[in-house]
Design a protein around this ligand. Structure first.
Ligand code: G
Ligand code: G
Ligand code: MN
Ligand code: NA
Length: 253
């Protein structure tokens, strides 16, 4: 397994890159953006995935730096899309440690300036556990980011234990229903009831509701008919390299 020293080198050598999972407007059947998922091109180990990278970075206090690098890569991608005339958003997963890090607004503002992107094109995904205990400081940070025009998404919704409190206290633009409910939606009436109730809850709070992990055409049809706004999943599109994403998207538009 890679060590903290490996990761420190990887960050210094810019060995991280993003793969992009397309995100669709289910009603219009159109690509509206992508979720950025980090990968690490480790010289002796090949491409490593977030389940290795993120815990290592968190254990060794490199998660904040890693998140800034991911955000930098995401902003650079948004800049390229903008220059190509493509109206696409990019979602980035941001952990609690980043939200609580020092000088966040300053660094964030200079990032946005550096790439000259519209904050609205950047969607920050936070998980319920991320916002946990955030009734004070983190809440102030998230509100400030939203004030700057960024959109906020509550990720993996339904798996934490303080979901409703987060929704009550904080304004999110988007609600991402955890894939465990979506994957069982056809066979499991209870999963279906939960997925439909969350949709109603999200709409009542003026949020766009996203289904993640759509793996079959039957799930896709059911979610569209139910009124889900947005969707991601292997049946719609796999995560793609930036290059493959461009080629694929070019053929659609
Ligand atoms: O790409 P993959 O399916 O392996 O992603 C697994 C998990 O890792 C996902 O739940 C996703 O939220 C998380 N993840 C992917 N990229 C990032 C990232 O850049 N930062 C953080 N904090 N989590 C990420
Ligand atoms: O942020 P989050 O943890 O939701 O990240 C999405 C993760 O889910 C990525 O690692 C991505 O590769 C994975 N994923 C995306 N679509 C599907 C899918 O349809 N099925 C499954 N099992 N995983 C998916
Ligand atoms: Mn996510
Ligand atoms: Na998720």
């Amino acid at each position: 397994a890679p060590t903290a020293e490996d990761l420190a080198r990887g960050l210094a050598q810019r060995e991280l890159f993003l793969v992009l999972q397309p995100k669709f407007d289910l009603g219009l059947n159109r690509v509206v953006g992508a979720e950025a998922l980090v990968r690490w091109q480790e010289p002796s180990r090949g491409v490593l995935s977030p389940d290795v990278i993120i815990p290592l970075a968190e254990r060794h206090e490199m998660i904040v730096e890693l998140t800034w690098q991911v955000l930098g890569l995401a902003c650079r991608q948004l800049q390229r899309w903008r220059r190509a005339g493509w109206d696409l958003s990019l979602s980035v997963n941001v952990p609690a440690a980043w939200i609580k890090s020092a000088d966040l607004f300053e660094d964030f503002d200079s990032l946005i300036d550096q790439y000259d992107i519209a904050p609205r094109d950047l969607i920050l995904e936070v998980t319920e556990s991320t916002t946990l205990g955030c009734l004070g400081y983190a809440r102030h940070i998230l509100a400030g980011l939203r004030q700057r025009g960024c959109r906020l998404s509550l990720d993996d919704f339904g798996t934490g234990y303080s979901s409703l409190m987060q929704l009550h206290r904080l304004t999110f633009d988007e609600l991402k229903v955890d894939r465990s409910f979506i994957s069982r939606i056809e066979q499991d009436k209870r999963a279906e009831a939960i997925a439909l109730s969350i949709l109603d809850l999200g709409h009542r709070l003026d949020m766009a509701v996203v289904a993640e992990g759509i793996e079959t055409p039957e799930q896709h049809a059911l979610l569209r008919a139910a009124g889900y706004d947005l969707g991601q999943g292997f049946w719609l599109a796999r995560p793609l390299s930036a290059k493959d994403f461009s080629h694929w998207y070019q053929q659609l538009v």
